[in-house]
Each structure stands twice: as structure tokens, then as C-alpha cells.
Design a protein around this ligand. Structure first.
Ligand code: BV8
Length: 237
């Protein structure tokens, strides 16, 4: 039997049990900041220092958190089934640290910074890169300031062509830990359904786009995913 093609899309909820704050839960990241004050190009133009400090604090936090059972279950899934495309809205590196490869970070990454002049990106996680002072590129003759390598509101998500291709050709589409508020990520389930995929949601509570899913599992990703992945592995092999 031809192996199933699987796409998994994760959101902040899969990193919550690792101690990475989500966006819209109580105590979430956005509670201290209005989204439009921080995660937009306008905010960067208006008050780069404040935006920089917001992201530097989250970049420094990466060394304090580690993958949880949810990340490790998805690694097991990706390592045992040939066609698993892992797309994440998250900007942390916990999927990679759990062993996953070729992770599509559609909203960017905290590990890398982007030169404002050349738009080249490089991993910059040395201690000297993590202070509240701006970082400067190594690609230009006259060093340019670097910006967070993050997709802000109003900016185009990364690798959308590849994402749409994968979502429209998969048999199983799984979303883990997302509130379904942010587009185009929250609309990917509709592309999957339209193409005939079976759609599954694993989330702590009903998200905004719950009605789009064939199957809904409410609970903690770290508790639900180990069993669900075992079920999906049996179905796939
Ligand atoms: C774009 C930056 C054009 C990085 C982020 C009006 C209507 C509809 C759309 C729009 C509109 N006006 C503007 C838009 C577009 C806009 C948008 O969607 N706005 C929303 C707010 C209305 N989108 C954009 O601007 C995007 N760009 O549209 O460009 C385009 C379109 C198509 C093709 C080409 C071009 C850019 C969006 C990216 C913005 N950047 N982040 C950063 O700072 O981190 S978005 C931000 O929210 C994060 O990246 C995060 O990924 C994303 C979504 O949040 P979630 O991951 O879902 O997290 P959240 O806290 O919301 O939910 C967590 C969930 O987990 C909860 O449900 C909770 O119950 C659950 N949970 C918690 N703990 C657990 C758990 N589940 C399981 N286990 C647990 N333990």
C-alpha cells in the first residue's frame, strides 16, 4: 500500500509544556504587548529598540527551554514515516532540538537574524548576539543593522508555495497547538479538506477554526501525541 503523505502544522501550544509562553492564553506573550505594537514592520520603524528587546528576551529564553513529549512524538513520527512534512508557526527551535529535520518555519525563527540591507540571514546565538544592543551583519562592507528573522503581521509567510503544495497533496493533515486566529496558517486546514485529506486537531481547547476538522482531540499535546502518533504509525505502515 502506498505510504500516506502527512502534513503536521504546529503552533505555540506544542511549546507551552516546555515553558515557552503562547500568544493568546492567559499570561500569554501578547498580554504585555499589543500585537500591533510589537510584531509589525511599522513597530520596527517606530520603535526598533523596544521590538528588539522583545525578541532578544525570547532569543535568550531558548537556552532555558527544551523539547517536550509532544516534540519528541513528532520526531518519532517523522523518523518512521517517509512523507511527513512538518510546518510550524513557532519561531523556537524545539522541533529541531527534538531531532526533526527540514522544519518549515512559516513565521520565521528566533535563532537567525536578517541583514536589513541584503536580507541575508545567519544564525546569531553567541552571547554577544543576545544583548539588548543591536546586532550588525557580517555580509556588508559597511555593517548593516540586523532585524529579527521573523514574519511580522502584514509580511508574507515563508515558503508558502511549498506549504500549499504539501497541504494540497497530503492524505492526513494534523494541527497541534494553534488557536486558529492567524492567517494564512489557520486557513491551511481548508486547503487540506478541499484536497480530500483527513484533518485532525490536537489542542487544549476549541480553536477558532474547529469546525474545519474531521477529528478533534482536546487536551495537552505532550499527553495526547504519544498515543496518537502510535495510532498514525500503525495506519501508515
Ligand atoms: C499575511 C511573529 C499576506 C513571530 C506571528 C483580518 C482577517 C483575517 C486575516 C487578517 C486580517 N487582518 C490581517 C490579516 C492577516 C494577518 C492575520 O491573520 N491577522 C489576525 C491576527 C487577524 N496575517 C498576517 O499578517 C500574515 N501575513 O497575511 O500576508 C499573505 C497571505 C497569504 C499568502 C501570502 C501573503 C503574517 C502572520 C504572521 C504573524 N506573525 N508571529 C512571533 O513574534 O512569534 S503570528 C503569531 O501568532 C505566532 O507566530 C503564532 O504562530 C501565531 C498563531 O498563534 P498560535 O500559534 O495559534 O498561538 P496562540 O497562543 O494563538 O494559540 C495557542 C493554542 O494552543 C491555544 O488554542 C491553546 O488552547 C493551545 N494550547 C496551549 N497549551 C497547549 C495547547 N494545545 C495543546 N497542548 C498544550 N499544552
Amino acid at each position: 500500500m502506498e505510504q500516506r503523505k502527512v502534513v503536521v502544522l504546529t503552533g505555540a501550544g506544542i511549546s507551552a509544556e516546555s515553558g515557552v509562553r503562547t500568544f493568546r492564553d492567559n499570561g500569554g506573550l501578547w498580554e504585555e504587548h499589543r500585537v500591533e505594537d510589537v510584531a509589525t514592520p511599522e513597530a520596527w520603524r517606530h520603535d526598533a529598540d523596544m521590538v528588539w528587546r522583545f525578541y532578544q528576551a525570547r532569543r535568550r529564553q531558548l537556552s532555558e527551554v527544551k523539547p517536550n513529549e509532544g516534540h519528541l512524538s513528532l520526531f518519532r513520527f517523522q523518523s518512521e514515516v517517509e512523507h511527513v512534512t512538518l510546518i510550524t508557526q513557532n519561531v523556537d527551535d524545539l522541533h529541531e532540538r527534538a531531532g526533526c529535520t527540514d522544519v518549515i518555519h512559516m513565521h520565521g525563527e528566533l535563532r537567525t537574524l536578517r541583514c536589513e540591507f541584503s536580507h541575508e540571514r545567519e544564525v546569531r546565538m553567541e552571547p554577544s548576539d543576545l544583548s539588548d544592543d543591536f546586532a550588525y551583519c557580517t555580509c556588508c562592507t559597511h555593517q548593516s543593522r540586523m532585524r529579527p528573522d521573523i514574519v511580522w503581521f502584514g509580511e508574507t509567510p515563508m515558503e508558502m508555495t511549498r506549504i500549499i503544495e504539501a497541504v494540497e497533496s497530503c492524505d492526513l493533515f494534523v494541527v497541534v497547538g494553534s488557536s486558529g486566529h492567524v492567517y494564512p496558517a489557520a486557513g491551511l486546514v481548508n486547503h487540506a479538506k478541499h484536497s480530500g485529506a483527513h484533518t485532525v486537531l490536537v489542542n487544549l481547547e476549541q480553536p477558532a477554526n474547529a469546525e474545519a476538522f474531521d477529528e478533534v482531540h482536546l487536551g495537552l499535546a505532550g499527553e495526547l501525541l504519544p498515543t496518537l502518533v502510535s495510532t498514525w504509525l500503525k495506519e501508515s505502515n
